[in-house]
Ligand binder design. Sequence first.
Ligand SMILES: Cc1cc2nc3c(=O)[nH]c(=O)nc-3n(C[C@H](O)[C@H](O)[C@H](O)COP(=O)(O)OP(=O)(O)OC[C@H]3O[C@@H](n4cnc5c(N)ncnc54)[C@H](O)[C@@H]3O)c2cc1C
Length: 359
Amino acid sequence: MRNTLGVLVSPNAEQWESAKRISREGWRALGEAGLLSLAHKGTDFLHSAIFLEELGGLGYGGIRASVAVHAYMAVSYLHLFGTEEQQRGYLPAAQQGRLIAALAITESTAGSDLRQLSTRAERTGGGYRVTGEKLYVANGSQADFIITLARTREMQGSRGLTGASLLVIDADSPGVSRSPEPMLGWHSADICRVRFTDVPVPTERLIGRRDQALLHLVHALDFERLVAGILAVGGVRHCLDLLKGFVREHHVKGAPLGTHQAVRHRIADLESSYDLIRHYGYRAAWLHARGQLDTYTASSLKLRATELAVAAAQTCLQFHGARGYAADAVAARLYRDAMAGPIAAGASELLRDLVYESA
Ligand SMILES: Cc1cc2nc3c(=O)[nH]c(=O)nc-3n(C[C@H](O)[C@H](O)[C@H](O)COP(=O)(O)OP(=O)(O)OC[C@H]3O[C@@H](n4cnc5c(N)ncnc54)[C@H](O)[C@@H]3O)c2cc1C
């Protein structure tokens, strides 16, 4: 798997970073290699866990986010709650890399607090008309279908997400517009703002139970945290390998940097934390494979793995000195990419709340 990824991704990675997206040929090659159709559940999910770790280990946050959103986070809603017709219509083409998926949940005032959701899907004769604006949507410009969350019922006096539903929207529907949102890192993730203006969506595009999205999100968000956590574990490994290679070669005060105790101890702390979180990641994957993943485990993994990735990237940049701070330095890209981890797919503070509440 590592070799296949190395052949399909590594030679193209810099080009995808500049183009701000994975090429269509790249998607199809990943699909043909079977890397977009690995299992979402059961013991075969452990193949996915290995794939996600290897994907994270390539060292490009944007590429790993783009692939994971497409092949795991977005399509998980269809796998879990989609009708047979929806699954037939979207999944085979997505697995072959012919159709690209995006997940558009976040809004300007509804990120950590989805209760502030303002996108609306009003009932019409044949389905819904969707109006609203979604932010920071990975795969935004090239997505062929977009899984989104909208209010389908106004609930007077009630709080929360009651009355919200999940919909799959074809991106070429009238009223869908998209514009790039340049980010600090994750350059190849194709992050966009997506506007829905009176977008007609047929009833058959409703995913799961109408007005009951909250029930579905509970499962899907734990899965998303699991995926994000394992990707981050791979990212930490990549970063530590770069750092250890550098401190072996670079000399300060007449000796390799890695012989200085301050450096060795810092790397030792990161290595042992990596080892712990990697084991925890596979434990979480195993729980998921058995249908037993819980919010505490998924949140703890995502929280700790993404924060460790930031610590590793910061240390990596620090010990590279000024050459690591150069705009085109690998250490600088790793740092920029790592900083998105504790925000995207659930900010660390929200996860700490969840860990506290579910412990
Ligand atoms: C690179 C990137 C890619 C993304 N891709 C997607 C995508 O494909 N689809 C999508 O729908 N969304 C995507 N997002 C959005 C992401 O899911 C949200 O950023 C995230 O849910 C946090 O929401 P917010 O940014 O609106 O922050 P807010 O909810 O406004 O929070 C701001 C900050 O407040 C703090 N905070 C939050 N909650 C609490 C709390 N309970 N207690 C104390 N402090 C708190 C956190 O530090 C947080 O970062 C992406 C984000 C990034 C950065």
